[in-house]
Design a protein around this ligand. Structure first.
Ligand SMILES: C[S@@+](CC[C@H](N)C(=O)[O-])C[C@H]1O[C@@H](n2cnc3c(N)ncnc32)[C@H](O)[C@@H]1O
Length: 254
């Protein structure tokens, strides 16, 4: 049986696909219907109240309008957006299973790693940050050459529909934006509409993190096995207050 991941704010499932590739059975939750969602199960519900129990790992990609430069005009006109990162962190903190919160570079994430498409051999400039309850590692970042984007060798996928370029005054964001077919290729996503792709996590990022989650849980479990009761906090299968889940069963068998 596969370990179970919960993908909150799942959209059409960019992060979901990556977690599936890492080996999870994925349940997605989104407040809007997602006819193209690629996961194993889907609930149309509010991620801020959806029950968290029964999963081995929880992922959240809350809306980024509070933080992203794409919404700065609306914010300057007085629109306000909730600080969902803080709300989600408060929900996740008591959780006994590993969790990740994903968001844009400007989001108030703590001790976050950041990933870029070039780290995965994708022709993609799309920086996303990841806060987690466990230690995550990131590959080295390759310096971007602006000419590569301008010549169409790499693409920028961003959620500012209608605009072909980002704010040229903002360093690091002055690249041409990808059209739909370019975005599909660069992101490794072939099942979404353009608007959904602009919101998505590249599956390669989520797969990379999902694999770290699985191996970290397995590592903690084997350390706990060596050190007995002193390591009970890390060993869910020895702790009767932690319900048995597919990950703990999977570790028990290993
Ligand atoms: C940035 S997109 C997520 C993209 C997704 N992680 C992916 O990789 O494809 C944020 C999503 O959150 C959903 N959303 C916004 N508020 C929500 C809420 N309170 N509960 C559940 N979903 C919500 C939106 O409908 C949108 O699909």
């Amino acid at each position: 049986m596969k370990p179970r991941a919960l993908d909150l704010f799942c959209g059409a499932g960019g992060a979901t696909r990556g977690l599936q590739l890492a080996g999870f059975h994925v349940t997605g939750v989104d407040v809007n219907a997602q006819p193209r969602y690629c996961g194993d199960e889907f609930y149309q519900a509010d991620a801020l109240t959806f029950p968290l129990n029964g999963y081995d790992f929880i992922w959240a990609s809350p809306q980024c309008q509070s933080y992203t430069p794409c919404s700065s005009i609306q914010r300057s006109r007085g629109f306000t957006y909730p600080d969902l990162v803080a709300e989600v962190r408060d929900r996740f903190s008591p959780s006994q299973v590993p969790w990740v919160i994903e968001n844009v570079s400007q989001a108030p994430l703590r001790k976050a790693i950041f990933l870029c498409g070039l780290m995965f051999g994708l022709p993609l400039l799309r920086h996303r940050r990841f806060e987690s309850s466990i230690l995550l590692l990131a590959p080295p970042h390759i310096r971007h050459l602006r000419g590569m984007a301008i010549r169409g060798q790499v693409f920028t996928v961003a959620g500012c529909p209608g605009s072909r370029t980002n704010n040229r005054k903002s360093p690091g964001t002055s690249y041409p934006l990808a059209k739909c077919d370019e975005a599909r290729l660069a992101m490794g996503i072939d099942w979404m509409k353009h608007r959904e792709i602009t919101q998505a996590v590249p599956p390669a990022y989520a797969e990379f993190i999902g694999r770290q989650i699985l191996s970290s849980v397995a590592r903690c479990s084997s350390v706990a096995g060596e050190h007995g009761a002193a390591a009970d906090d890390h060993r869910a299968i020895d702790n009767p207050s932690v319900p048995e889940t597919p990950v703990t069963r999977f570790i028990q068998k290993a």
